[in-house]
Design a protein around this ligand. Structure first.
Ligand code: COM
Length: 521
């Protein structure tokens, strides 16, 4: 390469990476950062195009198996969109939403400042994120280079020459296999007015927001992004109207859990228009969003706003590459793969978001590893199924396995253990009251969460679970694994709970486990 920053053999600290990444992002310079071992004469077993979750984990695994691997990425850091535009900002915003709900609930009480009417700056939080994100970037680069020994070319525009060859600048790299880990990007809307200033998606929000949104925000979509970002906007103190073509949060199938999640959002002031459609976005003379027209079952309504957030799902970053290689693609450009992660060209693999939903980091990482194993001669299959899931509202909402309704369709003797239990006050009981819930428990009991365990009363096996509160995600990861191995309520009763735990499934099961004909609780 004619001009490049060669970092091979130089030990880079996290602080040094931070400076390099910040400089590359700020200057927009396109000088590749090259970390290639000049003393290794072996051919690359694979080039991973994209060093996000799928590429980084696949490459690390391939190297661990003894192979030689190169990652090429257009960004000056490894880790992909997750720390830059996706999961990390989303988690920051969801942390803000949870914190702001707490502060608004207790505004003026105890040590809490009076903030009821305060509108929090979205622009400042986004700027805060933009400044802070090079920290995670630097960690990814450090871990990949110094700890995992990965070879890479970053900050590099690349083109594919053939299924074995990739070009960066004037340099051609050859490998036995290519692994496309190209990621995905938000679907753009073609609704009239979608290109006006003030229309954002999850990516453009963190990259381009340069004004303080006004007091009304319109969110389009009813899926994870729409709800998660919507709750954040709402928590900042703005009117937030979610417009969904069907129902919101359809992925949370357990009816009662979904009802609780929605009730809590409504109590925070979120407004939902289901079975509704955005018709047009109107602009002012400067090309800025001024208002929207929404078609509802009661007719068309117009709402004044300067900020529209599109949460319409994702499309693959595959266009040119799939075309050049002649790969089979499906809806939204997602590259078709078999269970070994092979595309229609056997030595070309595709992994992660570019292969389609679920757009989850664990799926991307596991697919990357699956491709690596196959490339190194181990037969491996991956299909994302039966995974635990979660999303944020102002809370963390976790679920796994079957909903109560699905369980009742498939099993004759379904038993339920839940908190709060059925009672005349509905949800207005200070239970489950796990982690981070004690203040709510004292003052606003119904805000202290909800959870449910779904059990087959005949085999005593756990069929599903949901949890709305904080801190249960860890437990759900392990629980899902154990359930696939046949976990029963008697096994749960044998576990040792750490009081106060976010979910009380262990103690609920222990209270009933002695009874061969246990009842709901
Ligand atoms: C996490 C990115 S932010 S990766 O999956 O560890 O590469």
């Amino acid at each position: 390469m004619t001009t490049a920053i060669d970092v091979w053999g130089d030990c880079f600290t996290i602080a040094k990476w931070q400076a390099v990444v910040a400089e590359a992002l700020e200057s927009g310079g396109s000088e590749p950062i090259v970390n290639i071992n000049p003393n290794d004469a072996r051919e690359f077993d694979a080039i991973f195009l994209g060093g996000g979750a799928a590429g980084r984990f696949g490459a690390a695994y391939l190297r661990a198996l003894g192979g030689r691997v190169l990652i090429i990425d257009r960004w000056p850091f490894l880790g992909g969109s997750c720390p830059h535009q996706a999961c990390v900002p989303h988690h920051l915003f969801s942390d803000c939403a949870a914190q702001l709900m707490l502060e608004r609930t207790f505004s003026g009480q105890l040590w809490f400042q009076q903030i009821e009417d305060k509108v929090v700056s979205i622009k400042s939080i986004i700027e805060f994120f933009r400044c802070g994100r090079v920290g995670p970037h630097a960690v990814m680069n450090y871990q990949s280079k110094e700890q995992l020994g990965l070879e890479f070319v970053l900050n590099a525009a690349f083109s594919i020459i053939d299924p074995h060859t990739v070009q960066v600048g004037d340099c051609k790299f050859h490998a036995k296999n290519l692994v496309l880990a190209l990621g995905a990007k938000p679907v753009l809307s073609d609704i009239p007015g979608s290109t006006l200033k003030g229309v954002f998606n999850s990516q453009s929000l963190v990259e381009n927001l340069d004004f303080e949104p006004g007091n009304t925000i319109i969110v389009i979509g009813g899926g994870k992004s729409a709800i998660e970002y919507g709750c954040f906007f709402n928590a900042t103190g703005r009117r937030t109207l979610v417009v969904a073509r069907h129902q919101v949060m359809p992925m949370l199938k357990d009816v009662e859990s979904r009802a609780y999640a929605i009730l809590m959002m409504e109590e925070q002031g979120m407004e939902f228009l289901e079975n509704a459609e955005l018709m047009t976005i109107q602009g002012d003379s400067q090309g800025k969003v001024k208002s929207v027209s929404i078609k509802t079952s009661d007719g068309i309504i117009n709402v004044d706003t300067d900020f529209v957030f599109m949460g319409l799902g994702e499309q693959a970053n595959s266009e040119q590459i799939a075309q050049i290689l002649g790969l089979e693609t499906g809806e939204r450009g997602f590259i078709k793969v078999n269970r070994h992660m092979q595309t229609s060209i056997p030595n070309v693999y595709a992994v992660g978001d570019v292969t389609g939903p679920p757009m989850e980091m664990f799926k991307a990482r596991k697919e990357g590893v699956c491709a690596a194993k196959n490339i190194m001669g181990q037969v491996s299959e991956y299909k994302a199924a039966d995974y635990p899931d979660f999303m944020h509202t102002h809370y963390e909402v976790c679920w796994l396995g079957l909903s109560e309704e699905e369980a009742r369709q498939r099993h004759a003797n379904v038993k339920i253990m839940k908190l709060p239990p059925d009672n005349p006050n509905g949800f207005d009981v200070g239970l489950p009251a796990g982690d981070r819930m004690m203040l709510y428990l004292m003052a606003k009991p119904r805000m202290s969460g909800f959870h449910k365990l779904i059990i087959d009363g005949d085999t005593r096996k756990i069929l599903g679970a949901t949890h709305i509160g904080y801190g249960a995600k860890d437990g759900f990861q392990y629980l899902n694994y154990l359930i696939k191995k046949g976990l029963t309520m008697d096994d749960l009763a044998e576990m040792d709970e750490l009081f106060i735990s976010p979910s009380y499934f262990i103690q609920l099961c222990r209270l009933r486990a002695g009874d061969p004909h246990f009842k709901d609780m």
